[in-house]
Design a protein around this ligand. Sequence first.
Ligand SMILES: C[C@H]1O[C@H](OP(=O)(O)OP(=O)(O)OC[C@H]2O[C@@H](n3cnc4c(=O)[nH]c(N)nc43)[C@H](O)[C@@H]2O)[C@@H](O)[C@@H](O)C1=O
Length: 314
Amino acid sequence: MKSKTAVVLGCKGQDGSLMCRSLLEKNYKVIGLIRGELKDESNLHKLDIKNKIKIETGDIKDFQIISNLIEKYQPDCVYNLAAQSSVGQSFQNPKETIDSIVNGTMNILNVCKIINYTGRIFFAGSSEMFGNIESKANIDHPQQPNSPYAIAKQTSFNLVKMYREIYALKCTTGILFNHESNLRPETFVTQKIIKTAQEIKKYKKKKLIIGNIDIIRDWGWAPEYINAIQLISNSNLIKDHIVCTGKATSLKTFIQKVFAKLDLDWEEFTVVNKNLFRASDIKRSCGDPTPLFEELGWKSKVNFDSVIERMLNQ
Ligand SMILES: C[C@H]1O[C@H](OP(=O)(O)OP(=O)(O)OC[C@H]2O[C@@H](n3cnc4c(=O)[nH]c(N)nc43)[C@H](O)[C@@H]2O)[C@@H](O)[C@@H](O)C1=O
């Protein structure tokens, strides 16, 4: 049987590299797109898959790059996991964030429409577009984006929906809640806490200097979310889905548990610095995992404590 082909746009980030590895394990031919150069410490090296995928270079906003990729490789599925992914950085660079996410999405959809691409197209959405969530958000939850990143993700979500409904493209958005692993840089808070606590344990650092620890998030394990994304993009049900655990925990609890696992007193080593607070932040975010379970049979199996253990032990 002919093996399937997938194009992974943004293949060196956390989700992109995990997606490539998972597709390789399923015998896909995998083509990954990167924008800049690949450094030795990249996730593709860490996962030992650099020589197993075909790497192409270019920007998702470039018409020729995307059309050439699709026409050359005729993929069964295109995964768009590219573009700026830090909410924090989006406050520093709003134009670059909105440009990369919105115009990237727009270009991919436009190319697929023009060349009559009939395969599946997956877009990584974000729970950030909902803003604060009192209980558990489903797909119809009101949207109140409060950062440049969230506005860009909301726009991308609406564009995908429009191209699906008006132009019948087989495109869907998976609205991903926070999902973590060691493949992220320390600009993301969980990796910052894990690395700093480990260094404090080895007497290499004295303090964890952190922003708002009262925020509450629905934290999941990134490799599991990759499975959910594949279920969404392989399903005959062509619609948007929420990917989450349904459990909400504070950042303070994350810190307490990490330090406790290393036999450290978190209060002794943690300093809250108001300069690290965001201009506007989401207090509480949590999703409803029931629809994805009922419709596609996916639910998260790695709980909050296991996320911490896995991050500490990798
Ligand atoms: C769903 C969503 O999930 C991720 O976005 P994020 O939630 O902004 O991730 P983060 O790890 O940067 O912040 C989490 C929370 O932690 C607070 N926080 C406190 N102190 C620090 C701190 O020192 N650094 C950071 N980075 N955050 C801090 C910060 O204010 C925020 O409330 C991305 O995958 C994104 O792509 C995405 O879509």
